[in-house]
Design a protein around this ligand. Structure first.
Ligand code: BGC
Length: 754
């Protein structure tokens, strides 16, 4: 189809998108066309299905999540939208076509954030965006940047962090990477979509301050700094109003305060009142339902919705279509460079891995004979389930990765596991939709006697424990967050047998989010979090285990001592079985480390934590001034004082004076990942703090205020391991930015205060 076709009526050419102004094109639309233009088309989400995206584009990209409406007479093509975020999700198979349309499965969002490396996030985005472009897609429905409020959220793996500065900065880099290909992103799910239980109805009751500082902040950073083409509004309600119907969220804050100029789409089938969605500035209703037409027409007829409001929504949609590859008739190859992208994912996964424990240099493994234990060692989880699942060409198992790296794996054990897993997988019902999560099997029963023999014949035991989660459900506390008894037994027995022979035990955590470590960590010598590392999983893990890559990931979320310590433990997932379904965010701004560090609740591993095979020193902190004017510059020095090359994460926290407002003990304001520092090498790190970095949201004044007083900068490799501090003062209160008094809860939250 070409879109240069010009039709004539009454001797006047019909306006054409790209040739005429967007306003002229809108003016030439019939009301039917207008109503269609604000509705999406189609949905094909089954696993590996060959069902095409429905609608006028005739299945251009099977397996895409939807498209926009085409109006050929006005030169408007449909553009294609597909998931995200750990890779492009399209169908592998197409009818009458022997070719397989594979995409690269990259590490999950949590892993990317654990790298604390914005350059890396940009590189992953650039590679993923190239697949979007070369497979004929226009917009990737990613990244997901909701705050990891509670470790049980089933979609945490798609999200980045419990902290909005990490989430916002990683998202900015990722969006820039994707969009550098001339394709778009949809930053989702805007906003406060922090649980899957009752996700389409739950009413999140949150204070204005927690909204601004925690739940909206990451979106604000990403919108202002990376200009995503689109935003996806979320399913849930915020303080009694569906996000997709919320004018204050989508127009007042997103557009007027943050200057967003792309278009907003709903999440798939979100919300209840379509005309209200249109009025709110939710430009596109996805994936498009027939009933929308009826309700929108009725609202137009009774004047509760105006044609001008529809025109307003069409404008940003057309502006984005103008920038799209489909509009430009881009000749996509269907042949992205999957080999090059496999290298990107292999590297990216290593950089997100977090070394939690390493007694007496348990890692890297210098000796070659490994007793490889744990089902996941032979059957890794490489990604989560749901719309974030990616149909990849292959997975490198840990067995394969370690063999590639020259390790010898005990073959009796290997056969036992492979038979056990094959039988276990056969016995479970076949997955029919992407929304079914994959529960780990009970551990293969290896007796103490067998373990003792293994300890004789091997140099070390490596145990992998796997977890998987996904869209549509939240995680369980027992047998998910806490380990299954078969897993604990395996760790305990292996440790007994191997330690009796003076040999070490290392656990690899192949997980989607935090798990309990407290019950078993003292039994083992080393713990490495590999997350869900994407399709090169086994090679990526082997790169770190062997020391080819020195681990440099740090936690972007707290690992607590007990689930009950999680600040939202009592209120998560709210009261989904009651009507109305509500979740009261009574921990307020005290999410994650803001809570643990302010209320002195000891975590198992704190936010920001991560070890390396080398050691670093932090020194020589200097401030440009001891009193704050417009900004302040902080410099410091980081040096690798160990024997091997490595990268360090330098985290800058700020403690603010708490005069009128409650303030957390400290908050992350900036971070830098160093380059690869050779043994003995140093790097000077520079941070610049602006006045907005000092500000908190004062609900009474609906404004960001920096309070006068003394501020302490705290720099370290984690939120609790502060190596350098320096104080500066601010003379007078500063009103940094005035916001609107919107999204107030109509409920007495009884928020946690210091
Ligand atoms: C998910 C979105 C996704 C959409 C399209 C929804 O169920 O919540 O994240 O982009 O489906 O697949």
């Amino acid at each position: 189809m070409t879109f240069s076709h010009v039709a004539f009526s009454q001797n006047k050419p019909v306006p054409q998108l790209g040739k005429n102004t967007v306003k002229e094109v809108i003016a030439a639309m019939t009301i039917e066309e207008k109503v269609n233009m604000i509705r999406g088309i189609g949905m094909s989400a089954s696993m590996g299905s060959t069902t095409p995206v429905a609608g006028s584009i005739g299945g251009k990209v099977p397996g895409a999540a939807g498209s926009t409406f085409a109006i050929p007479r006005l030169g408007i093509p449909a553009i294609i939208l597909a998931d995200g975020p750990a890779g492009l999700r399209i169908d592998t198979l197409r009818s009458n076509d022997p070719k397989k349309y594979y995409c690269t499965a990259f590490p999950i969002g949590t892993s990317l954030a654990s790298s604390w490396n914005t350059e890396l996030a940009q590189k992953v985005g650039a590679a993923m965006g190239n697949e979007v472009l070369e497979y004929g897609v226009d917009i990737l429905l990613a990244p997901g940047i909701n705050i990891q409020r509670n470790l049980r959220c089933g979609r945490n793996f798609e999200y980045y962090s419990e902290d909005p500065v990490v989430a916002g900065n990683i998202a900015t880099a990722f969006v820039n990477g994707i969009q550098s290909n001339g394709v778009g992103t949809s930053v989702k799910h805007f906003a406060v979509n922090n649980q899957e239980t009752s996700r389409t109805n739950i009413n999140a009751i949150v204070s204005q301050r927690a909204l601004r500082e925690i739940y909206l902040k990451g979106f604000e950073i990403a919108v202002k700094r990376s200009k995503p083409w689109t935003i996806m509004s979320s399913y849930n309600q915020i303080n009694g109003m569906y996000a997709s119907q919320n004018y204050d969220l989508l127009s007042t804050i997103l557009r007027k305060e943050w200057n967003f100029n792309g278009f907003v789409m709903t999440d798939w089938f979100a919300g209840k009142d379509y005309p209200a969605q249109v009025k709110a500035g939710n430009d596109m209703l996805m994936p498009g339902r027939k009933s929308e037409v009826k309700y929108i027409n009725e609202a137009l007829a009774d004047k509760s919705l105006t044609e001008a409001e529809i025109d307003r929504n069409i404008e940003p949609i057309l502006n984005i279509i103008l920038r799209s590859p489909s509009f430009k008739n881009y000749k996509y190859s269907n042949q992205p460079d999957l080999v090059a992208h496999a290298e990107v994912t292999r590297e990216a996964a290593t950089e997100g891995m977090v070394l939690l424990k390493n007694e007496n240099g348990a890692l890297p493994l210098t000796k070659k004979k490994i007793a490889l234990l744990g089902n996941a060692s032979y059957d890794l989880f490489v990604g989560g389930t749901g719309s974030g699942e990616v149909y990849k060409a292959y997975t490198i198992s840990l067995l394969q990765g370690l063999s590639n790296a020259g390790y010898q794996i005990n073959s009796t054990l290997k056969n036992s596991y492979q038979n056990y897993i094959e039988a276990g997988n056969k016995a479970r019902p076949k997955r029919t939709t992407v929304l079914e999560t994959i529960k780990p099997l009970n551990e293969n029963d290896i007796t103490l006697d067998e373990l003792s023999h293994l300890a004789n014949s091997s140099d070390v035991a490596l145990i992998t424990i796997g977890r998987n989660a996904g869209e549509g459900s939240d995680r369980q506390i027992d047998e998910d967050y806490y380990f299954k008894s078969t897993e604990l037994e395996l760790i305990e027995n292996t440790s007994k047998a191997f330690h009796a022979k003076g040999k070490k035990v290392v656990v690899i955590l192949n997980i989607n989010a935090a798990v309990d470590v407290v019950k078993w960590r003292d039994m083992v010598d080393g713990i490495l979090i590999a997350w869900l590392p994407g399709q090169e999983a086994g090679n990526s893990i082997a790169d770190v285990v062997s020391g080819k890559v020195n681990p440099s990931g740090h936690l972007a979320q707290t690992f607590p001592m007990s689930y009950n310590d999680v600040p939202s433990a009592k209120s998560f997932p709210g009261m989904p079985i009651e009507r109305p379904e509500t979740s009261v965010y009574n921990e307020g701004i005290y999410v994650g480390y803001r809570y643990y560090n302010t209320f002195n609740v000891k975590p198992a591993y704190e936010f920001g934590y991560g070890l390396s095979y080398t050691d670093f020193t932090f020194s020589n902190i200097k401030l440009s001034s001891s009193t704050f004017a417009k900004s302040i510059t902080v410099t410091m020095n980081v040096k690798n004082i160990g024997k091997v090359a490595g990268k360090e994460v330098v985290q800058l926290y700020l403690s603010a004076p708490a005069k009128r407002m409650d303030k957390p003990e400290s908050e992350l304001k900036a971070f830098v990942k160093t380059k690869l520092l050779k043994s003995g090498e140093s790097q000077v790190v520079t941070f610049k703090l602006n006045v907005s970095d000092l500000a908190s949201f004062d609900t009474g004044r609906s404004a960001w205020i920096s309070e006068a007083g003394n501020y302490t900068i705290k720099i370290g490799p984690s939120s609790k391991n502060i190596k350098l501090t320096k104080t500066f003062s601010l003379e007078k209160d500063i009103v940094v930015e005035k916001g609107n008094n919107v999204l107030a809860p109509n409920y007495d939250i009884k928020e946690l205060k210091k």
